[in-house]
Design a protein around this ligand. Structure first.
Ligand code: HEC
Length: 151
């Protein structure tokens, strides 16, 4: 029985320890956003930046498996779609809409980060700020965005 307990303990250590190998990199910030207001910036940094910038604050559960891989995956995918730290911010123009429709920030992120919830009395101000900072796409210009590069 002792052996079984040791094997199980060993497995638990291995599984939790595997989290150390998740990719938690914060590459250099290569781009500054021209925010319409300090409030928009502050709220974005509190609610969105962990997944949409190179300034991710990695939480403790991003260091232990298997949650480490879940977090790393969300950040990787988030940065892929929209990243304020690089010149080509990609889908930035969808920001206001995503927030307005309560698709962003991601639900499970808010469970772990109550401080990232957008205060209801600030909600409209934040959406308006996102619209000004990351103007929504004009109709009929859809194709351009994927190939768009800043020079
Ligand atoms: C926990 C990580 C996380 C947080 C926090 C987060 N996002 Fe996202 N975001 C993602 C992921 C993953 C995707 C891509 C897949 C998807 O749409 O669910 C994404 C996609 C997007 C997109 C591209 C449109 C799309 O649906 O693909 C925009 C724009 C966006 N997020 C804006 C925001 C804004 C604005 C905030 C803050 C109010 C925010 N996100 C907070 C993870 C996050």
């Amino acid at each position: 029985m002792k052996k079984v307990a040791l094997v199980i303990a060993g497995l638990v250590v291995l599984i939790l320890g595997s989290g150390l190998f998740a990719d938690r990199s914060n590459p250099p910030v290569e781009h500054e956003v021209k925010w319409d207001s300090d409030y928009t910036k502050t709220q974005f940094m509190a609610s969105c930046a962990d997944c949409h910038s190179h300034e991710t604050k990695w939480p403790w559960y991003s260091y232990v498996g298997p949650s480490a891989f879940l977090v790393a995956h969300h950040v990787e995918e988030g940065r892929e779609h929209f990243n304020i730290s690089v010149a080509n911010m990609n889908e930035a123009y969808e920001s206001a809409e995503e927030v307005e429709e309560h698709k962003m920030p991601l639900e499970d992120y808010l469970t772990m980060h109550p401080e990232a919830v957008i205060p209801p009395d600030k909600f409209e101000e934040f959406v308006a700020g996102l619209k000004k900072t990351f103007p929504p796409e004009k109709e009929g210009h859809h194709e351009e965005h994927d190939e768009h590069e800043e020079h």
